[in-house]
Design a protein around this ligand. Structure first.
Ligand code: PLP
Length: 280
């Protein structure tokens, strides 16, 4: 078995997805790891790895903090090895993708730095195997949410509002984390933005907007009903965080495989909302 260590360092783009540090519910603090190993051994369990995941969606500028996390793991592993034979250290996931326009992807050099930090950590710890658990980095930018505009305000509100036929039940990251996701109007991608809009979802919650917040309005070309909007970087924590909130149905999912569209999940029907109900 492995033990999840809280390195008492947090990293990540939003407090909700930082999983290390003093105010984290995860893991065992480094100076209690030996006691945890002994407790496991008393129950007949063999501890062969130490694991951590200090947080999610961090970028190259955070490599310094990630290195500090690995140093805590190395130090903890060196002590732990006196009590158990460790075969691996697991550094979790967390590698991010650029969301805001001024953010940059990891370069090959920066990924090499990431690998070098990990290699050094396991070597110093005297452990053979390194494990990582990247999630978003692998699939975040592979998904796009397409949603249709069902209403555009016409001067009756203090701001311009375009309401779409999806809500935070379909894609929750802007609502839950105030996450920025690029939005374009598919048939107007080359048109100059001329107005700032709130892109509102179709749920009865004031926070149900696809902007980062109710106050961050998005410069867009003139939007009209039936325009299809594309919300980018919806490939990770999109469907997996979707729900039937407010008894709403989730849309279909389509994969593009070798240039061909393939339905990979049917859109939900009303009977899907009721299928687990027990009537008697
Ligand atoms: C233990 C653990 N490992 C890996 C991940 C993946 O994180 P990410 O998608 O940021 O790489 C998570 C995400 O919650 C996690 O909790």
């Amino acid at each position: 078995m492995g033990i999840r260590v809280n390195p008492l360092i947090e990293i990540g783009s939003h407090s909700h997805i930082r999983t290390g540090g003093k105010y984290s519910k995860f893991g065992i603090v480094p100076n209690k790891v030996i006691a945890a190993i002994k407790r496991a051994q008393n129950k007949g369990l063999k501890v062969i790895g130490l694991h951590c995941h200090a947080g999610s969606n961090w970028l190259a500028k955070d490599l310094i903090t990630f290195k500090k996390v690995t140093e805590v793991m190395t130090k903890t592993a060196k002590k732990a090895r006196k009590f158990t034979k460790l075969t691996y250290l697991d550094f979790g996931g967390g590698l991010g993708i650029p969301l805001w326009p001024d953010e940059k992807s990891f370069t090959t050099d920066q990924l090499t730095q990431y690998a070098t930090i990990i290699k050094k950590a396991i070597k110093e710890a005297g452990v053979k195997e390194a494990r990582i658990e990247p999630g978003r980095f692998l699939i975040g930018d592979t998904g796009i949410l397409l949603t249709k505009i069902i209403h555009v305000s016409k001067g009756e509100k203090p701001i311009n509002v375009a309401i779409v036929d999806a809500g935070f039940n379909v894609f929750g990251r802007p609502f839950i984390y105030g996450a920025y996701h690029q939005i374009i109007a598919c048939s107007k991608a080359n048109k100059t933005p001329i107005k700032k809009y709130m892109i509102g979802g179709n749920l009865c919650e004031g926070g149900d907007v696809f902007n980062t917040s109710k106050k961050e309005l998005r410069p867009m070309p003139l939007l009209e009903e039936n325009d299809i909007l594309a919300i980018f970087n919806a490939g990770a924590y999109g469907f997996s965080m979707s729900s039937q909130f407010n008894l709403r149905l989730r849309p279909a999912e389509v994969a593009i495989i070798n240039g061909k569209a393939k339905l990979i999940r049917k859109k939900e029907e009303y009977q899907d909302l009721l299928k687990n109900q027990i009537y008697s």
